[in-house]
Design a protein around this ligand. Structure first.
Ligand SMILES: Nc1ncnc2c1ncn2[C@@H]1O[C@H](COP(=O)(O)OP(=O)(O)OP(=O)(O)O)[C@@H](O)[C@H]1O
Ligand SMILES: [Mg+2]
Length: 387
């Protein structure tokens, strides 16, 4: 309190010497008290009611990503955005697709992208949907989860086919199918995908491709034959902006952003939002954000079904909300009610799809998927497949 008062007196000395000195102690005391009470009030209100954004809008202290793109990173951006000069010009009208194509994406690693994608897909399968999984992360985590849940020992890595100039009728023959799960398909990935996508990019950037690699997957997945084969397509993206990620975004109707509510993960959403802004108009103008799903929320007390956000998590939630509402010009994109708790029943089964083995995981992902489906239904996509 005394420090604050001292600073205020210094300020008065410098800028308000016209005020008689005898008033300074009372002015500084009152201002210090206002600052302290105001600060306390903000903390209390934000903890209780999540009012942080109200204060932020008053004082203009929006949390923004502190990661700045260095000049040289612009070059890559220019390459991705360059005139569509090669191969056929890609039409940019609104895609006429009946099957939602959803990319699970975040530039931050380990936030639960693959876990959410796999379990959402598993719930959709039990609702009768024909689900095509596309693993576009060379770590191959989704491929391993699906394979072990389907009792498969070995799978060829084949999602790179979606980056090549091939018709869907050809890719279709390579989709992995599984006994006992006729409605699931998988295009799998492994570390070799990294080399494949680098090669494809290098070729294209050097004008050596006969087709535009940014839209290879779009051409394949938007094929009416593919749309007829699948009710929903789920793409698991790696935490990087590579050829496969660009393809995923150009092909997708929606993105879902899983996020842990800590500062680095919230900042990553800010960075991702900037990437979207930079590329959207030219590459994926009709891509929608289906929602941000907070993941691995601490359970305290542990037996609560739907975990309560802690004040620190609420603060990050607000930062994420700011970042995505600025980019997508809409509110309500953070799906608070779809939040996924941090549960050992999920982490214990990280090498398979927890949904198939744990009742708790089933409940959690059923709720989250239900919220995503309501959003798709609002956009007139089909969301009940059993009839
Ligand atoms: N709700 C949860 N509760 C407990 N553990 C979880 C939960 N969600 C994910 N995990 C665990 O967190 C780890 C990271 O999850 P996951 O692989 O889905 O993240 P990711 O974002 O796909 O990571 P990467 O960026 O490496 O692809 C895994 O070990 C997973 O089992
Ligand atoms: Mg992953």
């Amino acid at each position: 309190m005394e420090d604050i008062q001292h600073n205020i007196i210094q300020f008065l000395e410098q800028y308000a010497s016209f005020i008689p000195e005898s008033y300074w102690p009372i002015i500084s005391l009152s201002l210090a008290a206002i600052l302290i009470v105001g600060g306390l009030l903000q903390r209390i209100l934000s903890a209780w009611f999540g009012f942080t954004s109200f204060f932020k809008s008053l004082f203009g202290t929006k949390t923004r990503s502190s990661v700045l793109a260095p000049k040289r990173a612009r070059v890559l951006r220019e390459v991705w955005l360059r005139e569509r000069s090669m191969g056929s010009i890609e039409p940019m009208e609104k895609p006429d697709v009946s099957t939602p194509i959803i990319s699970f994406i975040n530039m931050k690693g380990g936030v639960g992208k693959t876990t959410v994608a796999a379990n959402v897909g598993a719930h959709l399968e039990t609702k009768g949907a024909r689900v095509l999984f596309v693993d576009f992360d060379y770590q191959g985590t989704l491929s391993l989860m699906v394979a072990s849940s389907m009792n498969k020992d070995r799978l060829d890595a084949n999602s790179y086919l979606l980056l090549e100039d091939r018709p869907y009728s050809e890719v279709r023959q390579h989709i992995h199918r599984f006994d006992g799960h006729p409605n699931i398909g998988l295009l799998a990935a492994h570390y070799i995908l990294f080399r494949d996508e680098m090669e494809l990019f290098a070729n294209w950037a050097a004008d050596g491709s006969s087709y535009d690699i940014r839209f290879a997957m779009k051409r394949i997945l938007h094929d009416p034959l593919c749309q007829n084969d699948w009710d929903i397509i789920i793409i698991d993206c790696g935490p990087r902006f590579t050829t496969s990620t660009i393809n995923a975004l150009c092909a997708s109707t929606h993105v879902v952003i899983p996020v842990i509510l800590d500062e680095p993960s919230a900042q990553a959403v800010g960075y991702l939002s900037k990437e979207f802004e930079e590329h959207r108009a030219e590459l994926f103008p009709y891509l929608n954000l289906l929602g941000v799903i907070p993941t691995m929320i601490d359970q305290d007390p542990p037996n609560r079904r739907v975990p309560k956000f802690k004040p620190s998590e609420l603060e990050q939630l607000e930062a994420v909300e700011d970042a995505v509402s600025d980019t997508w010009h809409r509110e309500g994109l953070v799906l608070r009610n779809a939040r996924i708790p941090d549960r050992s029943s999920i982490s214990q089964h990280s090498d398979q799809i927890a949904y198939y083995v744990s009742g708790e995981a089933r409940r959690v992902f059923k709720r989250a998927t239900g919220i995503l489906l309501r959003r798709l239904k609002d956009e007139n996509y089909r969301t009940d497949w059993k009839d």
